[in-house]
Design a binder for this molecule. Sequence first.
Ligand SMILES: *Cc1c(COP(=O)(O)O)cnc(C)c1O
Length: 499
Amino acid sequence: MGKKMEVLYNSTRSSQEPVSASVAILKGLTDDGGLFVPDHIPALDKSLKELAAMSYQQIAYEVMKLYLTDFTEAELKSCIERAYDRKFDTEVIAPLTEADGAYFLELFHGSTIAFKDMALSILPHLLTTSARKNHIENEIVILTATSGDTGKAALAGFADVEGTRIVVFYPKNGVSPIQEKQMVTQKGKNTFVVGIHGNFDDAQTGVKKIFSDKQMAAEMAEHGFQFSSANSINIGRLVPQIVYYVYAYAKLLSEGRIEEGQQINVVVPTGNFGNILAAFYAKNMGLPIGKLICASNDNKVLYDFFRTGTYDRNREFVLTSSPSMDILISSNLERLIYRIAGNDPEKNAQLMAALSGQGKYEITEEMKAGLQDFYGNYASEEETAAAIRRIYEDCGYVIDTHTAVAAAVFGKYTQETGDRTPTVIASTASPFKFTRSVMNAIDQKYDSMTDFELVDELSRIANVPVPGAIEEIRNAAVLHDHICEVDEMPEMVKRFLQF
Ligand SMILES: *Cc1c(COP(=O)(O)O)cnc(C)c1O
């Protein structure tokens, strides 16, 4: 307890001058291309018992104040209040549901019914507060390329947030019909959605090019704008994700399901490694977490890494029914690598250079010892579908494909180890977001139904009302119909900003 200790943020790649939290949030990435990491992981300064009596918003404050030490109490509380409000369809924000011998932590009750909302509903407020604190007068323009989920969650988070605009580029023929409809029906005067002729990589490359275009930056500044990014390596997305692990523990304790101090395990369906890294930070803050179980789909780079100590992205990219985990470079893993390298930026930079040069790197035996809290495994497409079917048949509870990867891996873990520690499974999306895959897993007979027929049928068999986010787009008007070629992307941005 005592006096609060300031947390500053270092780069994972060089010993540059550390910066404050608000500067780290504004910059997103470090100047040397690395990630910002806290110079130490702060310890929780409230007892577990005290936390057990708190609401989600109160716990959010207790956790985030320890990282965002240059925010005032009033600033941080105002960000939290504006983020975790009626946008969520439940007052508790992140409910726990017991099923199949585990507790499913439902992180999908926000505006876009996926866990990205947990961080993207607060990031806009953290960003505008950071801008104010650093005397930035320009309007912040968020530029994002999306393969579906992040774009919509960012649009929903930034819509009508004063001092910001948001431009989202998506591959015109590369997202699901529901994902496209969610984006092109987005309301908000400050939102702009553009389909490009190209795939996700083209969109991503186009955005990166705009970001690094000095001429463009100068023109932007002339008109009172500056770019920022909402992607998952921003510390302003990582910190809010620590909150729900603390909240889950507090809830289990207040409901008498665990004793104070008793360990829990967590299982996280993983792609970019942001969500599970947040659990790792929670553990290191003193939350009694035993194993961090990292669940992958057929793109099992992380499973292989935990098993062998070699991270190797040279492999076929597999399209699965859990698309938000179809990733071969887990960007947030860099923060863990830096840590197990003894917080040595040179060592980490060498490994990251090998990753971008040869597509792989190998860690030392000594570094491997730093991974003992983690267990990695993966679930095939069949195993994922089987988990959805089995849990529905046994418990009447319907989970989405990403959560099912985690549930299947949890099964493998308990079978292998016999570990009976109470376990929280991060449930990262509503089954209504991936209705077709979910319903096909339950019964092939659903194959012939239309998307919205499936939605109604899912609601019936799961006995869960259709989420507002889906109901809304059923009849919503299309508000964005811009389409462009990849090389026209900068022009589209200028057109939106009217210069
Ligand atoms: C983004 C996402 C994931 C992966 O989370 P990471 O933090 O990238 O590991 C898992 N499930 C869903 C539904 C997601 O949207």
